[in-house]
Design a protein around this ligand. Sequence first.
Ligand SMILES: [Cu+2]
Length: 167
Amino acid sequence: MKTFILSAILFASISFSAKADYNTAAQETPLSSLLSLYYNIKNALVSSDANTAAVQAGEFVKAINGIDMKALSEADMNAFMPLKEKLSFDAEHISGTKEIGHQRDHFKSFSDNFYKLAKAVKLSDKPVYQDYCPMKKAYWLSSESAIKNPYYGSQMLTCGKINDTIK
Ligand SMILES: [Cu+2]
């Protein structure tokens, strides 16, 4: 009887841990939500919509502060930790103004730091394009290969080129 109970417990714990591993593998990193919010901010700047850019940057600040460090793998946490404050800083400034020029200034360093995160952590199953605007001398990230420049909006919408593709 004792042996039966022990092996039942053993069997239950083995199948539980196998299930837990499966769930972890199937799950996206919590950092993926930041990429969607980054794209929302970028799209608002492409449309020269300062209000939406501010609202989405506010959502980004909430999301980044809500990231559960314990839910990250060690490698992801090591990549994320040194960038967290920098990303928050620029997102707070973008959310705190309705002046699109000021938002775009912060979006430049925001995009550089976000690129570092996207290089180190797999945030999406889809490619992440890093584009470059030679006029602004600034980079941004996009989910699509077509160039839609967030630094000038409709004035210079297709100015730029793909610099890197993260797959
Ligand atoms: Cu500022």
